[in-house]
Design a binder for this molecule. Structure first.
Ligand code: UDP
Ligand code: MG
Length: 312
């Protein structure tokens, strides 16, 4: 008998826990007939609602359900890592609790690994139906930029929904960095990977935890690895001064070409433009260095990725 571990990071998902469990268990007969047993690990990421009591209800009903509960919200990346550490399965799946990652795909994913010899099966959504257009636009730009800047391929629309072999999971676990960007980590470890595509499904209940700003910060993490606010102020100031300088340049040029300069202070104006522009660029560059320094700083601290409050 083989074991399949299903890892489910949850943050304020009280309305989805039972639905998710029922949907997942629809695969039970398929996996039974293939001699595969289930283990479901809910990772509660510091939920403030009824998520934990509901998972406990499931535990009372079904001995295959486990719960790791964090002391506070540590983010989905930490949740996935905790789940992977806890999993004992020969195969490990990661999926969202909101049913945006359809459990019905699991048999196909399993087939690709067990029969076709893949090490991991990942999923990507082929469209972004139901997403605000502005969000889709920035997401697409992000993938363009990051793929130009990174050697590791990061696939547009890739979800964290994935089925992996034990060997693949061990490779992921060997990457212990604090600044985790899974979309990159999955690609970095290599192995033979298959992509399954599906149409975007809107979240069943509850709300997405990803505000536009959160996504923006997550994207910066992905590109620059990480940022701490004070260090990035330098970058923002740099851009700000560049813009001010540019406006100055335009104003001075337009004034010169139209009314001329009655005070004959040409030298003063251009000097201000140049000083602002150059110092803006300098601050911007120091900001970039700062970003990388802050990343190294957080890694050096070597803090745990998460703190467990309850482990059932
Ligand atoms: N999640 C989490 N910690 C967080 C935010 C989200 O564990 O800090 C979980 C959440 O419960 C869900 C999954 O990660 O199961 C994906 O989150 P969400 O649906 O909000 O993201 P989206 O699908 O909109 O990208
Ligand atoms: Mg979701």
């Amino acid at each position: 008998m083989k074991l399949l571990s299903v890892i489910v990071p949850c943050y304020n998902e009280q309305d989805n826990i039972f639905d998710f469990y029922d949907e997942l268990m629809k695969n039970e007969t398929y996996f039974k007939s293939n001699d595969v047993d289930f283990e479901v690990i809910f990772v509660d990421d510091g939920s403030k609602d009824e998520t934990v009591p509901r998972v406990k209800e499931l535990i009372a009903r079904d001995g295959r359900v486990h719960l790791i509960s964090f002391s506070r919200n540590f983010g989905k990346e930490a949740g996935m890592y905790a789940g992977l550490q806890k999993s004992k399965g020969d195969y490990v799946a990661i999926m969202d609790c909101d049913l945006q990652d359809p459990p019905a795909l699991l048999p196909d994913m399993y087939k690709a690994i067990a029969e076709e010899g893949y090490d991991s099966v990942a999923t990507r959504r082929v469209n972004r139906k139901g997403e605000p257009p502005i969000r889709s636009f920035f997401a697409r730009q992000f993938y363009k930029i990051i793929n130009r800047m990174s050697n590791t391929e990061i696939v547009d629309g890739a979800r964290d929904y994935r089925l992996m072999t034990r060997q693949f999971v061990d490779a992921i676990l060997s990457m212990k960095e604090y600044n985790r960007f899974s979309k990159g980590i999955f690609g970095w470890v290599g192995f033979k990977n298959k992509w399954l595509e599906f149409e975007n499904i809107e979240r069943k209940k509850g709300e997405t935890k990803w505000s536009f700003w959160k996504l923006f910060v997550y994207a910066l993490d992905g590109i620059m690895a990480f940022s701490t606010a004070p260090l990035s102020i330098a970058s923002f100031l740099g851009i700000f001064f560049c813009i001010v300088a540019f406006i100055f340049i335009v104003v001075v040029m337009v004034r010169q070409l139209t009314v001329g300069d009655p005070n004959n202070s040409v030298g003063w104006a251009s000097m201000v433009c140049i000083i602002l522009f150059v110092s803006g660029i300098q601050l911007f560059c120091v900001g970039i260095v700062g970003q990388y320094l802050s990343k190294a700083y957080l890694e050096v601290k070597d803090r745990p990725l998460y703190i467990v409050k309850e482990d059932l």
